[in-house]
Design a protein around this ligand. Sequence first.
Ligand SMILES: C[S@@+](CC[C@H](N)C(=O)[O-])C[C@H]1O[C@@H](n2cnc3c(N)ncnc32)[C@H](O)[C@@H]1O
Ligand SMILES: [Zn+2]
Length: 211
Amino acid sequence: MKRRVRDLLAKIYGGRADVHLDLYRLSNQHRKKHGRGCDMYPSSPLQAPLWSVIASLTHARRMLEVGCGHGYTSAVMASAGGPDCLVETVEADRVHADLAQEAFLHRGLAKRVHVLRGRGQAILPKLKGKYDVVFLDSDWREYPRYLPQLRRLTRPGSILVTANLSPLFGGWGGRLPGKRAIQSYLSRLAGDPNFRTYIIPSDWHAISVRL
Ligand SMILES: C[S@@+](CC[C@H](N)C(=O)[O-])C[C@H]1O[C@@H](n2cnc3c(N)ncnc32)[C@H](O)[C@@H]1O
Ligand SMILES: [Zn+2]
């Protein structure tokens, strides 16, 4: 990134994009070490300030993430929600879940962030109550199956953020195995009268508001 752009971003965000930056770096370091199958791609620190906006818009007390990785974004969400919030984060990979749990302990966040071990498709049906915010950042192929659960687990005004829709729009060569599933997820989400969806084209995230 050019220095001029970096300075401008620093001016816009102050230190707000630097929250838990060490965890972001640890996530990338882990992926390089873990080997080819590892998909621990943390979200961009430039999205970190957005979680404060989302948490305050929804008066977030309870948030859900599917795809915890090293815990970078869930730590950011927990900091955005403040001391009284709870973030539950689902992780299928045992190594990733262990790393995240350790990271939360070291940062004094273990009371505010709970790791739920297992695949999203197995965990979501077991969850009860409503979440103010949901962040999907795991295996796209499971997303169509999440939809009935997402309806059940949100209330009017909840915000659902779906990351990485890029292959649908030709990104990453457009060849990923999850492409069909994303297509089906997004068209079902668009046709669902319970959600109104917006797409952020620069990084292909979908932001849906529960009506
Ligand atoms: C892109 S990373 C998540 C990064 C994290 N959200 C962050 O921003 O720091 C995807 C994570 O989802 C996990 N994962 C993949 N498929 C999953 C599934 N079906 N259910 C739960 N976790 C899954 C992977 O092991 C990986 O840790
Ligand atoms: Zn890994």
